[in-house]
Design a protein around this ligand. Structure first.
Ligand code: SF4
Length: 62
């Protein structure tokens, strides 16, 4: 799976980074971004949890 942060919807709460630190990271702009192109199988559960936990629905699965 792949995941993408829609920056316009991100409020920089950091939840995704806390839940799936192998996938998401807050950038210099204070907003989240993905740090991998393809989500490794071992991190898919964490990634899905992050998607569900994002308060603004800013993470989309691709
Ligand atoms: S959980 Fe959502 S709003 Fe919070 S930093 Fe991640 S993408 Fe942004």
């Amino acid at each position: 799976m792949k995941a993408k942060v829609v920056k316009e919807n991100c409020i920089g709460c950091g939840a995704c980074q806390a839940i799936a630190p192998n996938i998401f990271e807050l950038g210099d702009d204070g907003l989240s971004k993905t740090i991998v192109d393809e989500v490794p199988k071992a991190d898919e559960e964490d990634c899905k949890d992050a998607i569900e936990s994002c308060p603004t629905g800013a993470i989309v699965e691709e």
